[in-house]
Design a protein around this ligand. Sequence first.
Ligand SMILES: *[C@@H]1O[C@H](CO)[C@@H](O)[C@H](O)[C@H]1NC(C)=O
Ligand SMILES: *[C@@H]1O[C@H](CO)[C@@H](O)[C@H](O)[C@H]1NC(C)=O
Length: 143
Amino acid sequence: MLISAFPHFIIFVFAARVHAYDSTLNDVRIQCNETFPISYEYDVHLMNFGSFPDESDQTSMCFIHCVMDKTGMMDTEGTFHKNTVVEKLQGFPNDTEIPDLEEIVEHCVTETDQEELCERAYGFGKCLMIEEIQRHGEAQEEE
Ligand SMILES: *[C@@H]1O[C@H](CO)[C@@H](O)[C@H](O)[C@H]1NC(C)=O
Ligand SMILES: *[C@@H]1O[C@H](CO)[C@@H](O)[C@H](O)[C@H]1NC(C)=O
């Protein structure tokens, strides 16, 4: 009994880690990719370096806006909703708890000065990723 129960426990823990961040985020990302297609390469570049390889690509920026708009992180006026951002992005993208996420969000809301909505969403997302990578990116390799 014990022997067969053990692997299930491991699978459960692993599955829970994979879905550490809000699951609606993934659904929204899939939906937005249909309207504003973003290549896998751009997505990975953003996760690893905090920016797109070509920063004049409006469609990819609008993908970020689409995700923020549909999840309620940003409203139609371009105002960021900090609590929602923290709630949706906790654990994203590396499934690692980000202890100072609130502080990062606060900082990036102040830093983001773009007005056009897609550029604004991208600027904010870029700031969040760069802060995360600078503060926690290194620690990732220890896991
Ligand atoms: C978006 O969809 C395309 C085509 O199905 C796919 O190749 C690509 O990896 C998707 N992008 C992301 C970020 O999932
Ligand atoms: C996520 O993990 C990748 C690969 O380990 C790393 O390059 C990247 O900096 C990490 N991103 C964040 C936001 O911590």
